[in-house]
Ligand binder design. Structure first.
Ligand code: ATP
Length: 431
């Protein structure tokens, strides 16, 4: 029974979506850049520079553009495989992406991949068992289905990916170049199947370098140009414009072509959200749209909660860290905030050797016999120490620990043999 399709139903809504990549060569450069608070850090590249569009149920949208224009990046965000840097990407329904080998595990067999990817797309074991034979038949892989995917050609991988998606029953299907590598019969069959998806009310995004395939499949075309939408409209309007551009582009000399590409790539590096705001304001002005400026900024700066640590958070953490260190320092040196305010250098100069000794004792690094009648001193580390008891003289201590008075005085830089109760004496290892 044919079901009524609501062609006005929005299935994908993208609002000022951007994708920024770091141009750090090594992972370690990224780590280093975190600590370079004063420098600009690693350079960035904006693969997608503020893209907005809506897609509807039963719509097949062709995505075209030269190499590196951002088609795959945009569609990976639609599929939820990567998050946008800023902006909002909303999808209503399940998504399935078919790209050459996307989501396939090379070491698993074709059959195991069918099971895994179908499970990930929400199918139950029972549903998979029921559909397994149909999927294998659609894939035309025959006995190869029990071979590891790493032994497949790109065409075979594409067939497997396509067959899994055909039976995944997703609401939004993304086909990224997957039909460019198969044989013509398989491509024909897949294109027919894709038309049926459309009749079932699914939304299809179709990326291809073949203008013929796009023309056949899609009534609407989005032309991506260096991270931006250059045109979005009926296929019979966009495709001729794109073809005319390609013709002009291909007529350029090598150096002209390189200069053209460099100009756009440099703009992708220099892009910023501020520039996006200016661009949108200008567009609204030209189109005489009375947009709310505050709302525009909020939409453009929109970030999912899993954003990276902001500068504000970093500064707060630095302040908290410094405060904790200060408190620890003051507690170690027994200083009050008043004393520190009056003499800030005391935080450093009060680290006298005796204070460090006390710290060692406090932290249990050194055990001191605090009862004079206790036998000699224990030391966990290398230094032996002795805490002078009340009424004890250096002569008595010398006898007790069996170290000469001179040696004790020498180790403690003492001018006289006077000692006071509670004083910590270092005991040279003389015994
Ligand atoms: N992970 C990444 N890190 C850095 N840059 C990336 C990354 N992924 C993509 N890019 C860059 O983003 C830009 C867009 O790439 P994308 O693959 O989306 O383009 P495309 O239009 O799909 O290209 P093609 O037609 O060649 O498949 C390119 O300049 C690419 O180098």
């Amino acid at each position: 029974m044919a079901t009524e399709i609501d062609n006005n139903k929005i299935t994908v809504s993208a609002k000022y979506v951007t994708k920024q990549y770091d141009l750090a060569e090594k992972q370690s450069d990224k780590v280093k850049s975190i600590f370079k608070f004063w420098s600009k850090g690693i350079p960035h590249f904006w693969s997608v520079k503020g893209v907005s569009f809506e897609a509807h149920a039963g719509e097949t949208i062709g995505i075209i553009g030269t190499n590196g224009s951002g088609k795959s990046t945009l569609l990976e965000m639609v599929a939820g495989l990567i998050p946008p840097t800023t902006g909002e990407m909303k999808t209503y329904g399940t998504t399935s992406m078919i790209a050459i080998g996307s989501g396939l595990r090379p070491r698993l067999t074709g059959r195991a991949n069918i099971r895994l990817k179908s499970l990930m797309q929400g199918m139950t074991e029972k549903e998979i068992d029921e559909k397994m034979d149909d999927i294998i038949e659609f894939s035309e892989l025959g006995d190869f289905i029990d071979q590891p995917v790493k032994s497949y050609s790109s065409g075979m991988r594409s067939k497997l990916g396509f067959a899994i998606s055909v039976y995944s029953d997703a609401d939004i299907i993304i086909i990224d170049e997957a039909l460019s590598v198969g044989d013509p019969t398989f491509t024909e069959k897949s294109m027919e199947r894709t038309q049926r998806f459309k009749e079932e009310g699914k939304t299809i995004f179709f990326v291809s370098h073949s203008a013929g395939q796009v023309k056949k499949m899609a009534e609407r075309v989005i032309w991506m140009h260096y991270g931006q939408i250059r045109m979005d409209g009926p296929a019979d309007e966009v495709l001729p414009m794109y073809n005319a551009f390609l013709k002009r582009f291909n007529q350029l000399s090598d150096s002209e072509r390189l200069a053209y590409q460099k100009r756009y790539k440099d703009a992708q590096k220099a892009f910023s959200l501020k520039k996006l705001i200016t661009r949108e304001r200008n567009r609204n002005f030209l189109l005489d749209i009375n947009a709310d400026d505050h709302e525009l900024k909020e939409n453009i700066y929109f970030k999912e909660p899993d954003e990276r640590m902001s500068w504000f958070t970093r500064i707060i953490l630095i302040v908290i860290g410094a405060f904790v260190l200060l408190q620890m320092d003051m507690s170690i040196l027994d200083l009050t905030s008043k004393q520190v305010m009056a003499n800030p250098t005391s935080l450093i100069t009060n680290y006298a050797p005796s204070k460090l000794q006390e710290l060692d004792i406090k932290m249990g690094r050194i055990n001191v016999a605090n009862k004079p009648d206790k036998p000699a001193i224990t030391a966990k580390k290398t230094v032996n120490q002795y805490k002078v008891g009340s009424n004890e003289t250096l002569a008595q201590i010398s006898k007790k620990v069996n170290i000469s008075i001179d040696a004790i005085m020498g180790a403690n830089h003492m001018q006289t043999d006077e000692v006071s109760p509670g004083q910590i004496l270092i005991l040279p290892v003389e015994r």
